[in-house]
Design a protein around this ligand. Sequence first.
Ligand code: AMP
Length: 216
Amino acid sequence: MATYIVLLGPPGVGKGTQARILSETKKLAHISSGDLFRENLKNQTELGKLAKSFMDKGELVPDDVTIAMIKDRLSRPDCEAGAILDGFPRTPAQADALEAMLKNFSGSVDAVPYITAAESILIERASGRWTCRAQGHIYHEKFNPPQKDGVCDIDGSEVYQREDDKVETVTKRIRVYLEQTMPLVEYYRKAGKLIEVDGTRQVEQVTKTLFDALKE
Ligand code: AMP
């Protein structure tokens, strides 16, 4: 049976970094809704143009377009064994839609690691984050800079600061998270799927806690 893991947590907590590691280790597709929107933005698709107006303000893209985008992504062949979902779902309506989609593949959400950290840490991490243009590899100007300034170590593409990683937008994204995404914590706790992980520590330590918790 396919395995589906949803990574839950505020912006800047390190979901993307952990999702990549999980995806490579467990050989499951990594689906980042934010990366999918950014790809559409880069390719100037209609979806990208629509998403941009919300992303620039730090707001959520409407549920119907987001759900349709993820449905399409989950139906691709590389998701046959399952997927690590990073940034989706972000509202209860998206979580319900996800369960309905997975039923079509005779699956359901297996586990929901919920990574947390204090708001001051989130702002420091997100506002110092640099992202690779080609594939979304993640760096931090202080904690994990690329070897060569402005160049991704892995694929050599440009490393840039996301428009929505500026401090004011990060603060707004955290507020939006608290209002619209926090209800999912109870949603998945009630379903017995929530695994709380302290995201304050260094990447390797968070990864270890995450893997140990998933084994149980
Ligand atoms: P992220 O890369 O996950 O921080 O997402 C960047 C931006 O993309 C968010 O601030 C939203 O504007 C949009 N976005 C990503 N995922 C979702 C989602 N599941 N629902 C609505 N909007 C989303």
